[in-house]
Design a protein around this ligand. Sequence first.
Ligand code: OAD
Length: 289
Amino acid sequence: MGPFCSASLSSCFPASFPLLKLTPLFPPLRLTRLSATNQIRVSVLAQAREWIEDAQSIAVLTGAGISAESGIPTFRGPGGLWKTFRPEDLASPEAFARDPKLVWEWYLWRRERIAAAEPNPGHRALAKLEAGGRQFTLITQNVDGLHRAAGSRNIIELHGNLWRVRCVDCDFEQEYRLAPSAPLSPRCSCGGLLRPAVVWFGEPLPVAAIDRAIHAAQHCVVFLVCGTSALVYPAAALPQRALAAGARVIEVNLEETPFSQFAHLSLRGKCGELLPQIIHVPPCPEPRK
Ligand code: OAD
């Protein structure tokens, strides 16, 4: 098999990656900003904290929402990138073939915003959870590198990394921080165009990354879904896989998502506020005999 799997980036449910059919095992507890009384809020947060503290293995899926509090725009909410730009003009192989300079301009603009950003308490809470010593995998759809900057280490970047480039013609790939004065269509030593090493619409995800992510989702005790609209597949299928494998799944999001009804706990609020509350200097649990 080549370096990529057949599951390509898609907002619908591609035939090659069918949506698992799931029904909630019991009514999920919901924490909504407007309707939850303080008492319910406190007990739901306590439940989430307890599950996290007790879990020997945790996997996390993050999306653009976790970086929103660092000043990085999301894609679909108010002010989201896809409200202003069309993905087919800027985030597809066809767009790059048509106008590489335009695509690079957009990525350089995004790089500038990200370069000015710092990890926020949500990123840092997840890094602290990993540092607690349990089995931990952080799967992110974000290309901004803020999880690494916060101290997370076992990271799967499903959609690539905006600070890396790869050649359209050969295997070359490496980190590349373009100087502001650099030409807008950088080239590889083989002569091929260098492009941002991110996954674009219609492209397959790196097979090793999605395989590792599926393995982590299916072998964790707790699966956290943070700041993602849960609309883009195959990433959006990971929480469903975790549920089907028996994990306790906790969602943290400002809004309800298509996945919310399936989560065991669905917490409404900002990652930067809720994650530090449910990740509370966790003791490293003893392995079960
Ligand atoms: P979206 O923009 O689709 O969704 C962001 C989610 O974060 C929404 O559900 C918001 O409600 C939530 N949110 C916003 N601010 C939040 C906060 N402070 N705390 C908690 N939740 C918050 O972003 P993704 O789900 O990451 O792909 O989008 C998935 C993929 O679609 C991206 O990786 C990108 C995009 O097209 C590529 O560009 C390849």
